[in-house]
Every structure is written in structure tokens, then in C-alpha cells.
Design a protein around this ligand. Sequence first.
Ligand SMILES: C[S@@+](CC[C@H](N)C(=O)[O-])C[C@H]1O[C@@H](n2cnc3c(N)ncnc32)[C@H](O)[C@@H]1O
Length: 172
Amino acid sequence: MEQPYRESLVELVQSLNKPNAVVVEVGVHRGRTTEQLLKTFPEITVFMVDPWGTWIDGREITPEMQAGFMAEALQRTDFAADRRVVCRKTSEEMAAESGMADLVFIDAQHDYESVRRDLVAWNPKVRPGGIFCGHDYNGNHKGVIRAVDEFFVGKEFAVAEGSVWWRQIPTA
Ligand SMILES: C[S@@+](CC[C@H](N)C(=O)[O-])C[C@H]1O[C@@H](n2cnc3c(N)ncnc32)[C@H](O)[C@@H]1O
């Protein structure tokens, strides 16, 4: 069975009502979410942002393990090689050079400082009318809750099934 958060993400992409939407996934890991999005929406493009570096949320992950995760992500999404953009960079590096996207999904490091940095870096890259969202707004990830609550203070956002926080960027 698919993870509830992936189903929520699919619903958010669906809600854009834009067949050729540009989606950014920040934190890709093995590419299972990317694969599902590319399969469900045959015209979207997904930017896959992940340094596949040596750490994930404080757990020590060896370079060999990360090379394996990246290889799996590439293999899973190979069927849509013309609609994926592999960005082996950190979130901040990629945000600095990124154009505008219709949906940005934050799912990289989950500590407060990292999530705060991701929010600051990527919010301006979401088109008006687009959706800014991320994973793990739940009690196991208090840093995510704190960073998201602070960032959106005085602004509306929602939390969907599978701990997906999301906000539609207002049109002017
Ligand atoms: C929870 S996993 C992502 C899971 C994936 N979104 C999914 O749904 O299957 C977190 C990923 O974030 C990546 N990561 C760590 N630091 C990062 C950074 N600074 N920028 C982008 N990604 C980062 C890790 O390499 C790891 O693959």
C-alpha cells in the first residue's frame, strides 16, 4: 500500500489542474515519491534535489549507501528520463539557481534550522497560485512543526493526511 503522504502529495499536484506542472522534490532518497508522481502525471517535470551526501537527519549514512540510494532513484525514474531533472545539490544551492515552480515539496533534513532554511530558500520559488508543502508535520518532528508554524505565522496553511503541511501561494 502506498504511504498516505504520497497520496496527499498526489492530490495536491492534481489540485493544480496543470498537466505540465513543474514540481520540485527537496530530499529524494530512493526516488519512490518521484516515481509515483512521474507515473501518475505523465506530463509533469520533477526536479529531484538531493546531495546524496553522508548524512540523513543525524544518522550516519556512508557514501556507498548514498550512492546506492541515488542509483535506485535514477533507476526508478528512468522511464521518465526526459521529465526528471537530477540535481545533486543541497536544497540551498539548488534554490539559489532555481526558476519558479508550481509545487515545491520539502522533505530533506528535518531539524528546525534546516527546515527553516528550506522554507526561506524555496518559498519565493513557488508561483502565485502554486503550492508550497512538505512532509512530517507531526510530533515525531518537532523541529518541522516549529519551523513551519513560525514561518507561516499569521498566514493560513493546512495539514493533510500523512503529516503533509501545505499552503497555496496567493495570486496577486
Ligand atoms: C526523508 S529522505 C527523502 C524521502 C523522499 N522525499 C521520499 O518521499 O521518498 C531525506 C533526504 O534528504 C536528503 N538531504 C539531506 N540533506 C539535504 C539537503 N541539504 N538538501 C537536500 N536534500 C538533503 C537526504 O540525502 C535524503 O535522501
